[in-house]
Design a protein around this ligand. Structure first.
Ligand SMILES: Cc1cc2nc3c(=O)[nH]c(=O)nc-3n(C[C@H](O)[C@H](O)[C@H](O)COP(=O)(O)OP(=O)(O)OC[C@H]3O[C@@H](n4cnc5c(N)ncnc54)[C@H](O)[C@@H]3O)c2cc1C
Length: 510
């Protein structure tokens, strides 16, 4: 039995991590229980990275409230946590004249939600703003922004850890017993005691709710595949390019989104599936994404694609029903002491800072606290030398020569940055933990060059070959030494030979 926590947050996505960081402002004992080997390995690491303004959500909905509030907090949030953020704006493009009247409806809804500076622009103005984009007109949304979603989640979790929160990685919650003030949360390795629970388990939030005795919700996973384009074509757009949303569709339609690192994302598709962990990518959708995006941005080719990924929407509405499903952010009578966060699909990234504030208020209505003198408001996970001027790089190299050694050539990541990523605050040591903190292996060659070098650095920094995984669990990189393998093969051959000899003897004996 571990020590008792005031609050246990289940799920280390952007929402759970934002809540942990918000609670770490106060003298509370907080644990975050995450089943994966690192934070941001679920939906929070695999989305469009858009800080939505609130234009796509119905006025008066819970989504609208938290979306608009979160968007207002986002820029300062990213500045405090040294997370890439760019206010690039968005154009929602009517591909044909027939779609132009829809823009007025979108504008009206945005204005009702308090989105400023919306403007319908004609074909010529669109061409001036986005010379490579085809369209009959557009709604210009200049306040829309992009941020790096996994960097944000990691920075939130690391700053919360530095402020005293315990992150328990590799800890899937398998059962919950007890009542408010005395919950017992079971994982394969330990039982964690807590007074209050926050259920922010994303795609499994319905299952966690059931463990707390609440049977109200069912999550319907809906996969969204993306392809990532090479930075070589990153300059083809200046802002995000969205279509007019498909009516009754599961998402906002396939859009063209710049990333804070200079790539372009095409996606996401929308396919319901029975398995929330089935984040496969497919050749069929890859072709579809390229072909649909080419209607707006002609001339894209398969050679522009460097890789693909997919994220899973935790939908509260099944595909047969379709349409709008609102966020659930409430404590329900069947489970006092549990804040249920269910169906936190898009715009959950944008809404995370506001949801965290709401949950912090809920906790502090129940537990009296004081300000935590150790709260780390400012945090920087891993420095980004690639964004520095040459004179800054020179001074960094004077401080530590490892800043002068480039390990990932595609993304210009130095040895020092990789070593800092290895020694991260959460002690997450998979190759993906290093990738998502430093950007190493994210470029055109996808780790073909720097992958082995990163393994060397892991070994130099005290990790054993057997402990190195791609993504935690049993995704080991090494299964033994070549010498072990040779000995094993030799033994196998010898036993086959003796088997063959003894059966030959038996045959001969007949
Ligand atoms: C295709 C796509 C595009 C999107 N684009 C945007 C966008 O541009 N802008 C925007 O604002 N939002 C966007 N979203 C929505 C946004 O990504 C999510 O709302 C947000 O990431 C939800 O965060 P979360 O922390 O609730 O969930 P998650 O990130 O899923 O985190 C939940 C965590 O709980 C853990 N967990 C699950 N079960 C257990 C268990 N039993 N025990 C312990 N831990 C458990 C998981 O491993 C996971 O880490 C998009 C979503 C998708 C799918």
């Amino acid at each position: 039995m571990s020590e008792k926590y005031d609050v246990a947050v289940i799920g280390g996505g952007v929402v759970g991590s934002a809540i942990a960081r918000e609670l770490s402002r106060y003298t509370l004992k907080v644990a975050v229980i995450e089943r994966a080997a690192d934070v941001a390995r679920g939906t929070s690491g695999k989305n469009s990275g858009v800080v939505h303004t609130g234009i796509n959500v119905p006025h008066g909905s819970v989504k609208a409230k938290y979306n608009v509030a979160g968007a207002r907090m986002f820029e300062e949030y990213c500045a405090d946590l040294d997370v890439p953020f760019k206010r690039v704006g968005k154009v929602i493009v009517a591909l044909t004249e027939a779609e132009v009247p829809d823009l007025a409806g979108l504008k009206a809804r945005g204005e009702a939600n308090g989105v400023p500076d919306l403007e319908i622009i004609d074909r010529a103005t669109l061409k001036k703003m986005e010379p490579n984009i085809e369209g009959a007109g557009a709604l210009n949304v200049p306040t829309a922004a992009i941020a790096c979603p996994y960097s944000l989640t990691i920075a939130l979790a690391e700053s919360a850890t530095a402020s005293g929160v315990d992150f328990k990685l590799n800890s899937p919650v398998v059962g919950i017993a007890g009542t408010e003030g005395a919950f017992e949360i079971e994982t394969p390795d330990e039982t964690i005691s807590a007074g209050l629970i926050v259920n922010s388990a994303g795609l499994n939030s319905d299952k966690i709710a059931r463990m707390t005795g609440v049977n109200r919700w069912r999550i319907w996973p809906c996969r969204g595949e993306y392809i990532i384009l090479d930075k070589r074509v990153g300059g083809l757009i200046n802002s995000m390019v969205y279509p007019v949303p498909p009516k009754g569709g599961a998402g906002l339609g396939i859009h063209i989104t710049p990333t804070t690192d200079g790539n372009i994302l095409l996606g996401p598709s929308a396919d319901y599936t029975n398995d929330g962990d089935d984040v496969r990518t497919t050749a069929k959708i890859r072709r579809q994404l390229l072909s649909e995006a080419s209607e707006f941005l002609p001339g894209l080719t398969p050679r522009d694609v460097i890789t693909a990924y997919s994220g899973m929407r935790p939908k509260l509405v099944p595909s047969k029903v379709g349409g709008f499903g609102d966020f659930v952010i409430e404590e329900v009578p069947e489970a006092p002491g549990v804040m249920q966060l269910v169906g936190i699909e898009s715009p959950g990234l944008t809404a995370a800072p506001a949801i965290a504030e709401k949950v912090s208020d809920w906790v502090r209505e129940r537990i009296s606290t004081e300000a935590n003198p150790g709260f780390q408001k400012k945090w920087s996970s891993v420095h980004r030398t690639r964004e520095d001027t040459l004179s800054i790089v020179d001074s960094l190299i004077a401080e530590d020569p490892d800043y002068g050694e480039i390990v990932c050539r595609c993304e210009m990541v130095t040895k020092r940055e990789i070593v800092d990523a290895i020694n991260n605050k959460l002690d997450a040591t998979s190759l993906n933990a290093i990738k998502y903190r430093s950007r190493a292996t994210m470029g055109r060659c996808q780790g073909g060059f720097c992958g082995p070098r990163i393994v060397d650095l892991l070994l130099e920094n005290g990790k054993s070959p057997e402990s190195i995984t791609l993504n935690g669990g049993d995704s080991w990189l090494f299964l033994g030494t070549t010498e072990d393998l040779r000995t094993e093969r030799k033994a196998q051959r010898a036993s086959q030979k003796s088997g063959a000899t003894s059966s030959a003897k038996k045959v001969g004996a007949k």
